[in-house]
Unconditional design. Sequence first.
Length: 76
Amino acid sequence: MTTKGTPGRVVRIDDETWAAYGELCKAEGTSRADDLRRHAHARVEAWRKEQARQGAIQRRRDRLNDQLRFNTQPSD
């Protein structure tokens, strides 16, 4: 079953935790699905930012290494 064009997913969570999670979400004025979606989006966004940061660091290292190679090679 889909909602708003997104596919449904199956997760395995014990009944006691699922029921308590439902109560928690209700108390916060949200649904389990919305809470899980927001959590997944936040985690993915943080991961993507970290991947971009690591890529920027690697590109900076590569540029510095290139500069060092050009500056330390003997000229002909």
